[in-house]
Write a protein that binds this ligand. Structure first.
Ligand SMILES: [Zn+2]
Length: 225
């Protein structure tokens, strides 16, 4: 039974997709407990300015329902309160990233293990797997540890991420993956964690070969994400 208002900026289908990926992030080992968050950009419609739909704070993913999500204007004003939960504590950080990257339409924040191993060591996550190169586009930078709930942190994170790469590590915390849609952003988060694990293990055994997208011969007609 759904109680999404027909006037909501975020459709039931989109809300269901976000809840699906929240649960999927736990199933894939990218998050534990209520960690992580997801948002999607909502285009301007007539006089309604651009906004985002974002997961609430502190809600167990197996109990989260589409109605719990909040719709927030790009200036941070809550437009739709959902079922009354607060928005994710990283809302200002999400908004800063959307401002900096017009090509980005979805953000997925995860706290996966090998991303955090390399982040705790202060090591950028260099690509050693093809999927990582295709989805993240390059080495994922590491932002030194600090609390991640304010706009200034978000602006610095967006600056360090830059225009070309699709993920950034927040040291001693987790990963922010970005994409042109939610499916792409989630694939970035999965690819970076898988790559971080292989990179870490490969370093134990020797010197892994690092991949550079600019130097990979892509066959004619190959479909890239
Ligand atoms: Zn977090």
């Amino acid at each position: 039974m759904s109680h999404i208002a027909t006037t909501s900026r975020a459709s039931l289908a989109l809300r269901e997709e976000i809840v699906y990926y929240c649960r999927e992030s736990v199933r894939c080992g990218l998050n534990f407990n209520t960690q992580g968050n997801i948002s999607v950009r909502l285009p301007a419609v007539g006089p309604e300015p651009e906004a985002i739909v974002i997961t609430p704070s502190g809600v167990r993913y197996d109990r989260m329902v589409p109605e719990d999500l909040l719709v927030v204007a790009t200036d941070g004003t809550v437009l739709e309160t959902g079922t009354g939960y607060e928005s994710s504590t990283e809302l200002p950080v999400h908004l800063a990233h959307y401002r900096r990257r017009p090509d980005v339409h979805a953000l997925v924040h995860t706290e996966s293990t090998y991303v955090n191993v390399l982040g705790a060591l202060g090591r950028p996550i260099e690509p050693v797997l093809l999927n990582m190169v295709l989805y993240a586009k390059g080495a994922v930078p590491v932002m030194p540890f600090e609390f991640s709930t304010n706009a200034a942190f978000g602006e610095r994170s967006a600056e360090l991420l830059g225009d070309d790469v699709n993920a950034i590590v927040w040291a001693n915390h987790g990963l922010l993956a970005v994409g042109h849609d939610l499916d792409a952003a989630f694939k970035v988060a999965v690819a970076v964690e898988e790559n971080a694990e292989v990179l870490y293990l490969a370093h134990q055994a020797g010197e892994p070969r690092i991949l550079d997208l600019a130097h990979i011969a892509v066959p004619d007609g190959a479909r890239l994400p």
